[in-house]
Ligand binder design. Structure first.
Ligand code: FES
Ligand SMILES: [Fe+2]
Length: 439
């Protein structure tokens, strides 16, 4: 349960809200690198934390991330021409560079006019298959993070994005909630018995214990939480630990150790749901492995489109809250399917969105199964409050070695603590604080 006031504080992300200000203090993924596939390609409209932006790749490959609305009289630059190292508004031809410099104002005679102002532009970087932006105050820009999958070749990393028509916290809750896996996703987990995919093999045991023991602990970047499942069998007493790392404000390192999910608010009532999967050994991003992997999870283009959650899908008949996501009720009755929904991703989106765009959490009943959900609320609310009071949000610490953050899963040895599976707070920050060569 959360008071209505705290719920509002946590969920409102627009300009000049405490949570909105906190979110603007981090580097956030805004789109996939492949959304801007080549220099001078079509620009992309991006709605992010309650504001409208335009992203483009200029002739030299540099990313521009500007206010969507032209600095002249607010025509949408989504209609603009990307040409000759800038984006040109089609209304009166004003042209802007990737950093907001005004290059041309052809309907104004005075050649100095354009030097007197700039378009609102934001720092943008590309890494790990995503285009990242920083929307906060210039003087508060944190170091750009370096996560483990950034160093892998593109052929080993698969990135995707789809959308959910609800507040970002609603989607994130499902990602720190191991106990729903054996129920909501039981259809998909059964398929892991026969699949050869690495992802399937790593996920297989979750169907065998519906009430894992959950524990959580704070970490410098947010928190870690563990689901402990008794998977004892003929081989003896065995406890499997699956540790998830939650990195503020919206990054979830899955226990499989090769997947991150990132949920970025488009606004209060819509979110982008990014995935990056990687495999250091296999070329996961090449066929046929890429398609097999994405289809297994429900992230292939065709399934996303059929379910209406590919970006820009406005088909009013798509699966949605009003039609109960076109659940297969006959299949549910006959025992063919538990959820009546086609895949992991569709199940998560349906339960997140069907509660309404922003849930009132004041009448909910958290249980022992929701340890990490409560921790998630606390990290977010603390971040919003700290920024409101003039401080830094959780996890903004240049000493954190982001490259070392990971999720992990293993069968514990006798007496082994689950905390030993992930880096300790001291290890995470020591490398960055100590000078090179220090012991
Ligand atoms: S509105 Fe863009 S140039 Fe006039
Ligand atoms: Fe899920």
């Amino acid at each position: 349960m959360l008071s209505k006031e705290d719920n509002e504080l946590m969920c409102r992300v627009g300009p000049e809200t405490p949570m909105g200000d906190a979110l603007r203090r981090y580097w956030l993924p805004a789109l996939l690198s492949s959304d801007l596939p080549h220099p001078d390609c079509d620009p992309k409209r991006v709605r992010l934390v309650g504001e409208d932006f335009i992203a483009f790749r200029d002739t030299k490959g540099r990313i521009g991330f500007l206010d969507e609305y032209c600095r002249h009289r607010s025509a949408s630059l989504a209609l603009g021409r990307v040409e000759d190292c800038g984006i040109r508004c089609i209304y009166h031809g004003w042209k802007f560079a990737y950093d907001g410099t005004v290059l041309e104002t052809p309907n104004v005679e005075d050649p100095d006019f354009k030097t007197r102002f700039k378009a609102r532009a934001f720092p943008a970087r590309e890494a790990g298959g995503f285009i990242w932006v920083y929307l906060g105050p210039v003087e508060k820009e944190p170091p750009f993070p370096h996560y483990s999958w950034f160093d892998l070749p593109a052929s080993h990393v698969v990135t995707t994005v789809h959308h959910g028509e609800c507040n970002f916290v609603q989607i994130m809750e499902g990602l720190v909630d191991s106990s729903h896996l054996g129920l909501l996703h039981m259809d998909g987990l059964k398929k892991t018995d026969t699949s050869d995919l690495t992802f399937a093999k790593k996920t297989n045991t979750m169907q065998f214990n519906l009430a894992p023991k959950l524990e959580a602990e704070d970490a410098p970047y947010g928190f870690n939480y563990v689901a402990l499942r008794n998977i004892s069998d003929a081989q003896g007493q065995r406890i499997e630990a699956r540790v998830t790392a939650f990195v503020a404000p919206c990054f979830i390192f899955n226990p499989n150790g090769d997947l991150i999910t990132i949920v970025v608010p488009a606004d209060d009532e819509a979110s982008y749901f990014f995935h990056a999967f990687w495999d250091a050994e296999k070329k996961l991003n090449e066929e046929p492995l890429r398609s097999q992997h994405l289809s297994f999870i429900g992230l292939d283009d065709a399934t996303l489109h059929r379910f209406g959650i590919d970006l820009g899908n406005v088909d009013p008949g798509r699966p949605n809250r009003a039609n109960n996501f076109l659940q297969d009720r006959e299949g549910m009755r006959s025992g063919r399917t538990f959820s009546g929904l086609p895949g992991f991703v569709q199940e998560d989106i349906a339960v997140s969105v069907a509660s309404g765009p922003t849930r009132d959490r004041s009448r909910e009943t958290l249980s022992a199964a929701d340890v990490a959900v409560g921790r998630l609320y606390r990290v977010l609310i603390n971040s919003a409050r700290r920024v409101k009071d003039g401080g830094d949000p959780v996890g903004i610490d240049p000493a954190i070695d982001t490259n070392a953050i990971k999720g992990a899963a293993a069968v514990l040895r006798s007496g082994q603590a689950w905390q030993s599976l992930v880096p300790s707070a001291a290890t995470l920050t020591r490398a960055a604080r100590e000078p090179a060569g220090a012991k």
